[in-house]
Structure formats: structure tokens, C-alpha cells
Design a protein around this ligand. Structure first.
Ligand SMILES: CC(C)(COP(=O)(O)OP(=O)(O)OC[C@H]1O[C@@H](n2cnc3c(N)ncnc32)[C@H](O)[C@@H]1OP(=O)(O)O)[C@@H](O)C(=O)NCCC(=O)NCCS
Length: 396
């Protein structure tokens, strides 16, 4: 085996839908959403021999029912990949797809693999957060974690408690900005280019889903001001500054340099480093801070070297805590240029690859930017960060 560089070649996703029986995917299976992404992605690379794919890693945070039959293998078979292509399911909750990418990248980097598919899916309508979980009573009995740590909205309220200068007004502002940036990204055609349309059946019949369902482009600060605070009376986290409950799937094609030259692939970005890190579970949203510090240090880079940042907006407050730590302004133009999860949604284990898809497209549009990062927080107190080099970099 010979070590080699690892590249993000391409990625696609389904449009994201509203979780629940009113959502567009209520009658669509989670594994079928994932199948769509595999087929849609490989259709974009017709000359790539499918039997050359060394592995398929697919994440879900809740691995039962239509997300339960070992997604890597079952989705590969359903998508018509040759039976010789293996697959596995993977889980790191919200960072599932990110971990699918870093895990296959490790295998490619040491030369065990050359080509892999990595992505994630979450049907939060079919699998509400925490459904079927049976947390060990020791967590609370032995005070291993704060009781609030198991509810993500509460963890966001806790960050507001810890950093009072990161006010609700700032969270709302970030929520509105996310909606406005997503609306502009749609108007500019920056999102549609990487979407795989899905036929979905509703009470009104079949419909072709071509756009994220949850967008609220007309959001205003005034409109967000008095929304209910579902996680705490008189709290600060609302539906306007949190990511909504979402159904959706993502998929990426990851390759080593040998496959790039053998199959004439055009990489969009090169992996430079990645890191995961743990924090106190009750403020899990600050996880991207230590994971980013670790990833920057492994890469020998500083935050000032990073020209584009895709951070998952699980909650506005956890994005603000990241920006504050790295002394970036709330509206730093390098951050989430197309908007984020507050506007588009956050189908837990799928989101990591959405960040990569958006960063890759922004790299294309910004050939003067050399480095970018994708980063996200993870339940029970973790963060993950991947640093990428722009394959379109043409120098300053
Ligand atoms: C915050 C949360 C509880 C809201 O759920 P919900 O109440 O079902 O959300 P809705 O879409 O019905 O929005 C609630 C209300 O706010 C309104 N609203 C939502 N976004 C709005 C916006 N941008 N502008 C104006 N109003 C808005 C809705 O219209 C609705 O109003 P109504 O009650 O009058 O109908 C839910 O989205 C949630 O749990 N998010 C976090 C998910 C999570 O933890 N993910 C993991 C992260 S680690």
C-alpha cells in the first residue's frame, strides 16, 4: 500500500423536506432518499466504472426501520451497484456524513482504497430525535452529564447562559441572514446545481421535489422577535434561530490521486486535515471550536488562512460562539455564503456532506481562495472540522 492524497470529487443531495406528516417526504422511505443520491451522483460520472468503488459508507443517527438495514450495503444494492461493491453504516449523530467522508478518506490516504462513496441520510419525520434510545441511567444517576445535555435545544439555551453578550437579537439576526443568503443562493442557481430531484407521493398525488421545502425567505427580525421559546420559558432559542426538523440525504464521491489520474476525475477539493474533539455535553454546540483548533494545528494553518467557512447552523447561538471565539464578526462574508441549516434544514447525519457540496461550489467561484473548512457540532458534546484546499486555486 502506498499513501496518497485524498480528494472530494463531487457531491449531491436531495432537496431537504419538512419532517412530519405534512412534509413532502412523509410517504418516502429514508433508504430510497439515499438511493436517489447514489444514482444521481454516479450519473454525473458516467465513465467511472462502478465496480471500481472500494466501499460505500452511509450515516444515519437513528439506525432502525427504513434506516436500519445497514445502509451502506442495502442502499448500494438498491441503487444497482455491482454486488462486488461492499458498504457499511456509520454513526456520529449530526457529524455522520462528515465521519463517513473522513473514515473512507483515512482508508484512501493509507492506500487501502482508491474510490469510495460517503454520505448520510436522516428522515427525522420517521425517526424523531431520540426515538427508541435508552440512555444508560448512570448518565444522570452518577451526574456524568447534565440532565439538559440530552435535549439539543436545551444545550443551545445553555450556550446563551454562558455567553450573555451573544444575545437573542444576535441569534435572530443570524437566523434572518441565513434565510436571506439561502434565497440569494437559490436566485443565483448555486444550490439547484447539486440537487437530485425526488418524486414523492403526497395526499395530492405524485410531485417532483426540486427545492428545499423549509426555506422562509421573507423572514424578518420583527417576525422572529416574539416566536415561542420551546425549550425554556422566556428562553432565547426559537424556530427562527434554530435548524428545523428535516428529512434529506447527501452523497459524495471521494478519491485518491491514483483514481483521479486513472479515471480522469476532476477534483473539487483536496483534504488537508480533519479533527474531532469533545466538549461538555450540555454545551455541545461549542464543539466546532476545539475541533477547528485541532484541525488547524494539524494542517499548520491559522484561522486567517481560511478563506471560506461552512459551519452547520444547528442553532444560531452555537455559530455565534464559534465566530466570537475566532474573533470573526457575526456577518463575516467568508462564512456560510449560501446560508445554512437554519434556512435549508438539518437532516442530522446527512448535513456534513451538504457543507462540503456548498464549500466546493464556493471554491469554484473563488479561485483566489486557497483553503476552506467545513465544521459542525455534534450531540453529547463534540465537534468535527475538515480543512480543504481549493482545487481551482489560481493564486492571489
Ligand atoms: C425549534 C423547534 C422546536 C421548532 O419546531 P416547531 O414548533 O415544529 O416549528 P414550526 O416550523 O412549527 O415553527 C414554530 C412557529 O414559528 C414560526 N416560524 C418559524 N420560523 C419562522 C421564521 N423564520 N419567521 C417567522 N416565523 C417563523 C412558524 O410559522 C410557527 O408559527 P405558528 O406556531 O404560529 O404556526 C424545532 O425546529 C427544533 O427542535 N429544532 C431543533 C432541531 C435540533 O435539535 N436539531 C439537532 C441539532 S444538534
Amino acid at each position: 500500500m502506498q499513501s496518497q492524497n485524498v480528494y472530494f470529487i463531487d457531491g449531491v443531495r436531495t432537496p431537504f423536506g419538512k419532517a412530519g406528516d405534512k412534509g413532502v417526504y412523509w410517504n418516502t422511505r429514508a433508504d430510497d432518499l439515499s438511493v436517489k443520491t447514489v444514482i444521481g451522483l454516479l450519473d454525473r460520472h458516467p465513465n467511472l466504472p462502478k465496480e471500481a468503488i472500494d466501499d460505500v459508507a452511509i450515516a444515519a443517527a437513528n439506525q432502525k426501520g427504513d434506516q436500519g438495514l445497514q445502509l451502506g450495503r442495502s442502499v448500494s444494492i438498491l441503487a444497482g451497484l455491482p454486488m462486488s461493491v461492499p458498504g457499511y453504516a456509520i454513526d456520529r449523530w449530526c457529524a455522520g456524513a462528515m465521519t463517513a467522508v473522513t473514515t473512507v478518506s483515512g482508508a484512501i490516504g493509507i492506500g487501502a482504497y482508491d474510490l469510495a462513496l460517503a454520505g448520510g441520510v436522516e428522515h427525522m419525520g420517521h425517526h424523531p430525535m431520540g426515538d427508541g434510545m435508552d440512555p444508560n441511567p448512570r448518565f444522570l444517576a452518577e451526574k456524568l452529564v447534565d440532565p439538559t445535555a440530552l435535549n439539543m435545544g436545551n444545550t443551545a439555551e445553555k450556550i446563551h447562559d454562558r455567553f450573555p453578550h451573544l444575545t437573542k437579537e444576535r441569534s435572530d439576526q443570524l437566523g434572518v441572514a441565513s434565510q436571506q443568503k439561502a434565497a440569494k443562493a437559490y436566485a443565483d442557481g448555486n444550490i439547484q446545481a447539486d440537487l437530485v430531484s425526488v418524486s414523492a407521493q403526497s395526499t395530492e398525488g405524485w410531485k417532483l421535489v426540486t427545492k428545499d421545502e423549509l426555506l422562509r425567505p421573507d423572514s424578518t427580525i420583527e417576525g422572529l422577535k416574539d416566536l415561542k421559546t420551546p425549550f425554556r420559558p422566556h428562553g432565547k432559542v426559537t424556530a427562527g434561530n434554530a435548524s428545523p426538523l428535516t428529512d434529506g440525504a447527501t452523497m459524495s464521491l471521494i478519491a485518491g490521486e491514483r483514481a483521479v489520474s486513472k479515471y480522469g476525475l476532476k477534483p473539487k477539493m483536496k483534504m488537508i486535515s480533519f479533527a474531532f474533539a469533545g466538549v461538555e455535553p450540555e454545551i455541545m454546540g461549542i464543539g466546532p471550536i476545539p475541533s477547528t483548533e485541532k484541525a488547524l494545528s494539524k494542517a499548520g494553518l491559522k484561522m486567517s488562512d481560511i478563506g471560506l467557512i461552512e459551519i452547520n447552523e444547528a442553532f444560531a447561538i452555537q455559530v455565534l460562539s464559534f465566530l466570537d471565539h475566532f474573533e470573526l464578526s457575526d456577518d463575516d462574508p467568508r462564512v456560510n455564503q449560501y446560508g445554512g441549516a437554519i434556512a435549508m434544514g438539518h437532516p442530522l447525519a446527512a448535513s456534513g456532506v451538504r457543507l462540503m457540496i456548498q464549500l466546493a461550489r464556493q471554491f469554484e467561484q473563488n479561485p483566489d481562495v486557497r483553503y476552506g473548512m467545513t465544521t459542525m457540532c455534534v450531540g453529547l458534546g463534540m465537534g468535527g472540522t475538515v480543512i480543504w484546499e481549493n482545487s481551482n486555486y489560481r493564486g492571489k
